[in-house]
Design a binder for this molecule. Structure first.
Ligand code: CU
Length: 180
């Protein structure tokens, strides 16, 4: 479409939305899935956007991410993808999120991120319930199995950890989970 016909279209639209049509100006309500969408994928940009909510619905006494504890949520991304995490806390206790090397039994604390910047700020202190969401962005630079842990001492070894995999063969990011 050239510039002229673009302008013409805009004028036509404006005309169509003249008095009486004002209701059409509001954006339609977007359809919502039954449950929260924790992972969204922008394959072309090689970007996985992950929402992590600490203390979602109280499973494991609130020591969970998105309701999953003890490794039961598994997030897989292809090697070299960027991971953008939006982390928030819905539990009365403070929590944080860090991506660390996979190690069982899970240590109590003192974690080192496995990728540059793969931790929420001040992970030992964490954030309180209702704190505005924090963004954690890093690149999955090394193949392997990792853990998403809460860095507040005693939480990870209390089960507040899930599984993160960087795959050489995966073609896209995925999130799987096991109940229990
Ligand atoms: Cu925690």
């Amino acid at each position: 479409m050239n510039g002229h016909s673009m302008r013409l279209s805009i004028i036509l639209c404006a005309a169509l939305l003249a008095p009486g049509s004002a209701v059409l100006l509001g954006s339609p309500q977007s359809a919502r899935a039954a449950g929260p969408v924790w992972l969204s994928i922008m394959a072309k940009a090689r970007l996985a956007r992950l929402t992590l909510v600490a203390g979602w619905q109280g499973n494991n006494g609130g020591l969970n991410f998105n309701g999953y504890a003890n490794g039961r949520m598994v997030v897989t991304v292809p090697l070299g993808w960027k991971v953008q995490v939006t982390f928030s806390n819905q539990n009365p206790a403070p929590h944080s999120a860090e991506f660390i090397a996979y190690r069982l039994p899970v240590p109590e604390g003192g974690f080192t991120p496995a990728f540059k910047n793969a931790s929420s700020p001040n992970p030992v202190e964490g954030i309180d319930q209702g704190h505005r969401p924090q963004t954690v962005t890093f690149v999955a630079t090394k193949i392997g199995r990792y853990m998403i842990v809460c860095g507040v001492p005693g939480h990870a070894n209390g089960g507040m950890w899930d599984t993160f995999v960087v795959s050489k063969t995966a073609r896209t990011a995925a999130l799987t989970s096991a109940k229990g």
